[in-house]
Design a protein around this ligand. Structure first.
Ligand SMILES: Nc1ncnc2c1ncn2[C@@H]1O[C@H](COP(=O)(O)OP(=O)(O)OP(=O)(O)O)[C@@H](O)[C@H]1O
Ligand SMILES: [Mg+2]
Length: 352
């Protein structure tokens, strides 16, 4: 393992920002740290970088315990949450900063900075100041500056937070390609699940200073190991009283349920082949999403979201529909399980 945190705790004035955090990352991987605001994402990065000292626990980088190694000697590049570019320095000087501190010679610095300017696509902007750059360009400068001293580990704290949606999408693909071509082990923080799923090889879900789950995006989606992970990845609705739904009456011991659009089939009344296993609902909203239609329905006072194909007959708000729920994720504070619609398993089900 290239990077490892073992049972790391960190409290700020009695508040546990990190609570028994352990995870490891293989060399060359791009890992996304995903979690809500205040969950401890930045604190994890700062702990790795040596900017925060844990109360207990160990940090290993490349097999070496680095708890007592100062930040400047850890070989880490850090892109901060708000870029933190030096306002009175040009693009060139910003990127050169780490190399200047290391007292590299001028010719070396010029060559390295030019190389990075090419890599991040900022040709011709070397002598501009940060206020003369767009958000995306500033982000690239911050990225180049972090890469300049050739770090072994790159930490990016919400690298796209301040950038508008379209450019953000382009930048994250660019970042993914650039990082994988450099082969540098990287961790980036986001609270945007789409971004994490799209960019990362692996995701670590953080909640209230604890690791909820680590794995590749598809596995977390299919098998969430905690209620929080089940709700956090994917479009999901929380159902308050699942036991009144047909097919789920006999499940016990769980307080709540989470449902996802692909586990629901919404049909016109009378067109549902599994009527005995279906609920009646009312369409609340219909949204055109290009390749699919997103339909919000009210079933027993609960809002469910499902998808239909644009090829199917259109549904209108207020229309009564039949809603088949195949599966639910049931959960309590501490456990989650998948529940099948029991009525679909009945022997006398007639498949049409
Ligand atoms: N230096 C500090 N002093 C006191 N409390 C702190 C300090 N740094 C972080 N905290 C607290 O620790 C918790 C975790 O903070 P952290 O910055 O790691 O969250 P985050 O997941 O990065 O959130 P965000 O998405 O908003 O950036 C928060 O409750 C925060 O207020
Ligand atoms: Mg943060």
């Amino acid at each position: 393992m290239y990077v490892e945190l073992r049972q790391v705790d960190k409290a700020f004035k009695g508040y546990k920002a990190l609570d028994d955090v352990s995870f490891s990352i293989e060399k060359g991987k791009l890992v996304g740290l995903l979690g809500p605001s205040g969950s401890g994402k930045t604190t994890i990065l700062r702990t790795l970088a040596g900017l925060v000292h844990p109360d207990s626990g160990d940090i290993y980088i490349d097999g070496q315990r680095v708890n007592d190694v100062p930040a400047s000697k850890r070989g880490i590049g850090f892109v901060f949450q708000n870029y933190a570019l030096f306002r009175y320095m040009t693009v060139f000087d910003n990127i050169a900063f780490g190399l200047t501190v290391e007292k590299k010679d001028k010719a070396f610095i010029r060559e390295r900075v030019n190389q990075l300017v090419d890599l991040v696509g900022l040709q011709g902007l070397q002598s501009r100041y940060p206020h003369q750059l767009s958000g995306g360009q500033k982000q690239r400068v911050a990225f180049a500056r972090a890469l300049a001293p050739n770090p072994h580990l790159l930490l990016l704290d919400e690298p796209f937070a301040a950038i508008d949606a379209k450019i953000r999408k382009e930048l994250r693909l660019w970042l993914r390609e650039t990082i994988s071509s450099l082969g540098i082990t990287s961790i980036f923080v986001t609270h945007d699940q789409d971004e994490a799923v799209e960019v990362a090889d692996e995701i670590i879900i953080v909640n209230r200073g604890r690791i909820e789950q680590k794995g590749n995006p598809a596995d977390i989606y299919k098998e969430p190991s905690t209620p929080f992970a089940a709700q956090f990845i994917g479009e999901s609705s929380v159902l308050a009283h699942y036991r009144t739904l047909k097919g789920f009456e006999s499940y016990e011991g769980y307080d709540n349920a989470v449902i996802r659009p692909e586990l629901i089939q919404i049909a016109k009344l009378g067109k549902q082949p599994y009527a005995h296993a279906s609920e009646e609902g009312t369409v609340e909203d219909v949204f055109f999403r290009g390749s699919l239609i997103e339909v919000h329905v009210n079933v027993q006072g609960m809002r469910l979201i499902g998808y239909r194909s644009p090829e199917e007959a259109a549904l209108a708000p207020g229309e009564p529909v039949s809603v088949l729920i195949y599966r639910l994720y049931l959960y309590n504070e501490d456990k989650v399980r998948l529940a099948e619609n029991a009525r679909l398993k009945d022997e006398n089900t007639v498949f049409i």
